[in-house]
Ligand binder design. Structure first.
Ligand SMILES: [Zn+2]
Length: 288
């Protein structure tokens, strides 16, 4: 009798486990397929906005930090050591903007790896992809020293290959490297601020005399970004893509944050996301 009950019980348990596993894979469709991370369609905590800034640091990054400080919002920055055009940096970007990067960490923001030179990983060999990530991290740690940490979060340049209509073979090849290196953090497609499109007169990685924030085109670009980011919010979790390489971005940022706050949004970093989703820091997730 006992053996029979036990058999039934373990059968029930088996089915329960299967159902739980099915539910889990429904909730995490893409992570099972590719490197661990957040991808379009993955779960997000409701009424939470994750602000992310790619491609920096640049001349504008410290002003982005000013806005975030004023608004008491923490964000995630995916940095490149050698992406800015040569005329906008001497040596590497981490050296040029070392103080800004130190401040970034001190003020509680999270820093992730966006590769050294911003190539499209889809067409590269595993060894070259690995070098792009390793070199960027090595440079970051060398320049920042005690103010740096392992870059456990990754964002592939252009979001490629994940947000592109590319072969599974390419996606799997890139993923095979990324999953060894960290946790991927993509963004919500509908919440690409589009700040890197339609540059206005004088807009550049560096501050310059030709920028006129009062000009119609500058204001129009700000309006476009603002509308794009605030017209589709209905309480869902969102990962916003910005670039801290544009003056329009830092100008429109306070308005976007204020509007989201009005709607009851809270703000989080990619580390907050890891804690929410896996109950651990990215470092702990990777050590498993
Ligand atoms: Zn980028």
């Amino acid at each position: 009798m006992n053996a029979f009950v036990l058999a039934i019980a373990s059968l029930i348990l088996f089915f329960l486990q299967c159902t739980a596993a099915d539910l889990r894979s429904d909730l995490h469709p893409s992570s099972n397929q590719y490197a661990l991370g957040y991808y379009e369609g993955d779960p997000l905590p409701s009424k939470t906005a994750f602000l992310t800034f790619d491609d920096g640091p640049s001349d504008w990054t410290s002003e982005v930090l000013d806005v975030l400080k004023e608004e008491n919002v923490k964000a995630t920055f995916f940095v490149c050591g050698a992406w800015l055009p040569q005329k906008s940096r001497s040596g590497n970007s981490f050296q040029k903007y070392r103080d800004t990067l130190i401040r970034m960490r001190k003020e509680g923001h999270v820093v992730g790896n966006h590769t050294l030179g911003h190539p499209n990983l889809a067409n590269m060999s595993e060894a070259r992809i690995e070098r792009q990530l390793d070199e960027n991290e090595r440079l970051y740690r060398k320049e920042l020293g005690e103010y740096s940490e392992k870059l456990t979060l990754l964002r592939p340049p252009f979001g490629s290959p994940y947000n592109r209509n590319l072969s599974e073979e390419k996606k799997k090849r890139v993923s095979s490297v990324l999953q060894k290196k960290g946790i991927v953090f993509m963004w919500s497609k509908a919440f690409d601020s589009s700040d890197s499109k339609e540059w206005v007169r004088g807009e550049w990685y560096e501050k310059g005399p030709r920028i006129n924030i009062e000009s119609d085109r500058f204001r129009a670009k700000m309006d476009r970004i603002y509308m794009k980011l605030t017209s589709k919010t209905d309480g869902q979790g969102i990962v916003i893509l910005f670039h801290d390489t544009h003056p329009t971005t830092k100008e429109v940022l306070p308005f976007v944050i204020e509007k989201l706050k009005e709607e009851g949004y809270k703000f989080g970093t990619a580390e907050d996301y890891a804690k929410w989703r896996w109950g651990k820091t990215t470092k702990e997730v990777l050590e498993e």
